[in-house]
Design a protein around this ligand. Structure first.
Ligand SMILES: Nc1ncnc2c1ncn2[C@@H]1O[C@H](COP(=O)(O)OP(=O)(O)OP(=O)(O)O)[C@@H](O)[C@H]1O
Ligand SMILES: [Mg+2]
Length: 305
């Protein structure tokens, strides 16, 4: 595994990234409650869990009481609507809004379960995708003006025009990777591109983690992945067959009454993202986290940063 380190372009220094994010007043609005936090969820490599993460973080944050808008910027291959069970309700997309064929609120679909959660698809059809970086920025600005506290942009795979447009309005980014070298290398490339685009407030989610394989030394640990990339860790999500079941039902995992391990991990990441919690769930002893959560609820949480 040692030569894996040399295959990455450079080891990012998370302290310097954090310092830059503090220097740059535009990089995140954590301290300004009147502005939306616009966060792009990206990965480089496809199929590592961006859309699953967008659906679960969005739903979890809405359940915590925040106004959240989810933007599906994957065109032609969009599927955030399916994961949320909203596929039959999409009549208009951002393309019709920009063409003046409908109002923004007609394209922004409200979830019936949580009315403070909305979804906007950029385009249903690859042929009709002609949004520019400026168009994307203007669109997000209009959503900000509607009073959403969080705007999560689900980015398409790759680093071509879809990626470039999706990151344009963002001040923060979540980078998704699995503990595989191909995904890690692409995540590293994306981290470099984000930095080049002055997005310094970047956090990492490691998905599809298998503690049994880590134990038997067949998979890199979350810590290994985090150290290789040098990006602060927001969460680690285990491999879980319930993810597929929930996708097919159009019900994000975090909605289940009895949370599975991956549901707990997504909820933990959402709470960390909104600043309500700062410990990480240990995937081998996740229920310790639940106890701590109940304790926080009853006795208030303490900062351990
Ligand atoms: N933690 C997990 N456990 C099991 N399956 C998972 C997990 N996370 C994601 N998956 C599965 O992996 C597949 C890809 O997930 P998803 O669509 O969220 O990835 P993506 O990064 O958005 O893909 P794309 O780059 O194509 O947009 C889906 O079938 C999903 O159900
Ligand atoms: Mg996707």
């Amino acid at each position: 595994m040692i030569n894996i380190y040399s295959s990455l372009s450079k080891k990012r220094d998370s302290a310097s990234i954090l310092a830059k994010s503090l220097e740059n007043p535009e990089s995140g609005n954590i301290n300004n409650p009147n502005k939306s936090r616009v966060i792009v969820i990206t990965s480089g490599k496809g199929g590592v869990g961006k859309t699953t993460t967008a659906a679960n973080l969005g739903m979890s944050m809405a359940r915590l009481g925040y106004r959240v808008a989810l933007i599906d910027s994957d065109i032609g291959l969009r599927n955030l609507d399916l994961l949320l069970g909203l596929e039959n309700r999409i009549l208009y997309t951002a393309m019709e809004v920009l063409d003046g064929q409908c109002r923004l609120d007609q394209a922004l679909i409200r979830d019936k379960r949580w009315k403070n959660l909305s979804l906007l698809s950029i385009s249903k059809n690859r042929q009709r995708y002609n949004i520019t970086r400026q168009g994307m920025t203007n669109l997000i600005q209009s959503i900000e003006n509607l009073g959403y506290q969080f705007i999560l942009i689900d980015c398409p795979a790759g680093i071509d025009v879809g990626f470039v447009n999706a990151i344009a309005p963002a001040q923060e980014a979540l980078i998704l990777t699995t503990p595989e070298i191909t995904a890690i290398r692409d995540a590293d490339r994306v981290a470099g591109l984000l930095e080049a685009n002055e997005i310094y407030n970047v956090k990492l989610i490691v998905n599809r983690v298998r503690p049994d394989m880590i134990k038997s030394n067949d998979m890199m640990s979350v810590r290994d992945v985090q150290e290789m990339l040098g990006i602060p860790l927001l969460g680690a999500i285990p491999e879980d067959s319930h993810v597929i079941i929930s996708t097919n039902r159009g019900e994000p995992l975090v909605m289940k009454k009895r949370l599975t391990l991956s549901g707990i991990a997504f909820e933990n990441a959402a709470r960390r993202l909104v600043g309500k919690q700062d410990y990480l769930i240990n995937l081998e002893t996740p229920y310790k986290g639940i106890f701590k959560r109940a304790q926080d609820f009853f006795f208030g949480s303490e900062n351990v940063d």
